[in-house]
Design a protein around this ligand. Structure first.
Ligand SMILES: Cc1cc2nc3c(=O)[nH]c(=O)nc-3n(C[C@H](O)[C@H](O)[C@H](O)COP(=O)(O)OP(=O)(O)OC[C@H]3O[C@@H](n4cnc5c(N)ncnc54)[C@H](O)[C@@H]3O)c2cc1C
Length: 422
């Protein structure tokens, strides 16, 4: 069979991945008039961008590795229904990832990461507002803040300590003791200890945003090739020359690797060790109960996110480091369902089910994304590894990818996100 070769006008960019990072990168490149082809192995929104909690949270832009996380993680590992799980393995890339993760669990690394993550999220939030308005996207975007709810006095105190720390980064919070909580948020159960309200956060329907932006990007001239899986590459003189896919071979000046949790598998084809592990999470979306308020929640002890999205209500959580498998662990799904009962006067069993979903977050070991140009391949840019914050940071990441591709001055420093730093 003859080889199908797609040659774009020059200079052009190929983006691999149709999640929020790939689509936002395509958008900012197309705005600058660059010819772009986006390759997606399945369809737009096939990955983690689809059914996540939809939080855009400058207030919660915290790295997963943090002081105390290892101790808490060990406790959770003993509990089959906890929000955290690591599948035992001897795989080298996972052991290296865990080694780098534990190295980042200290106050110094945490303090260095928070302002970077916060800046990415704050800038992204402004860009979300700009894009949604200018492109007239209808995705239930609302800036109603985020309420953290607490069952235990000890964790409520810890939450308040964190709120005081975050003030140093310009993020302010309002503390609701138990007696003020129900008037602010009627579905909260009276036995809760308190709540902490971050007022600047927003939420939306991430799948609607990404699908509509992809459509807009098509209208701007980007070629989106769905059902086109990138298999491997031809490399010549420190550059990627050809991208081989299930539907033919593509040639371009620059390649953006934004394949979410699958990014390291493609990295391996290039002999690059990209330190990203897939971290599975689940969401349960039900029809929204009548009169349920428009306020997103984080049930802090169980790490369950609760997001009203249009006429639905979504419960999302769990972080399982267990490879690329998409099987559903029923115990953990039930833990989300029942975890809600301790906080809210909402019976998930009586609300009509809309969808059960799982997705793989692309997680780096130090909590910062991998973003920048490869030192090894002059025409490769990687944008992945945002873990719990890929939605919150999607637009700014896309903008930075376009700036890197065009060699422009960067809107923020990406040195600490170097892709080959581990
Ligand atoms: C339960 C849960 C809740 C979450 N809640 C939030 C939240 O509230 N706020 C937030 O900011 N983040 C949240 N996240 C994280 C967020 O969803 C991710 O960080 C983000 O979606 C990552 O986007 P991405 O574009 O990098 O990856 P993805 O959306 O996974 O996209 C990658 C795409 O690449 C494609 N691909 C892979 N391999 C290939 C290949 N070989 N060839 C072509 N295409 C390929 C895939 O099919 C996929 O479509 C949550 C995640 C989960 C699981």
């Amino acid at each position: 069979m003859a080889k199908r070769i797609f040659i774009s006008q020059q200079p052009s960019v190929i983006i691999i991945g149709g999640g929020i990072i790939g689509v936002c990168s395509a958008y900012y490149l197309a705005r600058k008039g660059v010819p772009v082809t986006l390759l997606e192995k399945d369809r737009i929104n096939a990955g983690s961008t689809y059914g996540n909690a939809g939080f855009i949270t400058p207030s919660d832009s915290l790295p997963v590795p943090a002081p105390g996380v290892l101790t808490q993680g060990m406790r959770w590992l003993m509990d089959a229904a906890s929000p955290f799980y690591i599948k035992p393995t001897l795989k080298r890339d996972m052991l290296q990832w865990l080694w780098n993760f534990q190295k980042a669990c200290n106050e110094k690394a945490w303090k260095e990461a928070v302002p970077i993550l916060t800046e990415l999220s704050v800038e992204s939030q402004a860009l979300f507002e700009e894009i949604i308005e200018s492109e007239k996207l209808s995705c239930e975007y609302q800036q109603q803040g985020l309420m953290l709810l607490y069952k235990k006095e000890e964790t409520f105190q810890e939450g308040q300590q964190m709120a005081r720390k975050l003030e140093e980064y310009g993020i302010s919070a309002e503390v609701f003791p138990a007696d003020g909580l129900q008037s602010r948020f009627p579905p909260a159960l009276p036995e809760l200890t308190g709540g902490i309200f971050y007022k600047s956060d927003a939420h939306f329907d991430p799948a609607a945003f990404n699908a509509q932006l992809a459509q807009r990007v098509r209208e701007m001239g980007v070629k989106i090739r769905e059902n086109t899986e990138v298999l491997n590459f031809t490399v010549e003189a420190g550059r990627i020359r050809e991208v081989h896919t299930t539907t033919g071979t593509y040639l371009a000046d620059q390649i953006v690797l934004a394949a979410g949790a699958w990014t390291p598998s493609l990295g391996k084809q290039l002999d690059l060790q990209l330190a990203i592990q897939p971290a599975k999470g689940y969401s349960i979306t039900v029809q929204r109960p009548e009169n349920y308020p428009e306020l997103p929640l984080l049930l802090d002890e169980t790490k369950i996110a609760v997001t009203p999205i249009g006429d639905t209500l979504r419960f999302a959580g769990t972080l399982e480091l267990a490879g690329l498998g998409l099987e559903i662990n029923q115990k953990r799904l039930n833990a989300i369902r029942h975890g809600v009962e301790d906080y809210l006067d909402v019976d998930l069993d009586v609300q009509p089910l809309v969808e059960i979903w799982r997705g793989l977050r692309p997680c780096s070991p130090d909590g910062l994304p991998l973003l920048g140009r490869s030192e090894r391949y002059a025409n490769l840019i990687v944008a992945s590894g945002h873990c719990m914050l890929g939605i919150s940071q999607g637009t700014m990441t896309g903008k930075l990818v376009a700036e890197i591709a065009l060699g422009e001055n960067l809107s923020m420093d990406v040195e600490s996100m170097r892709i080959e730093r581990f």
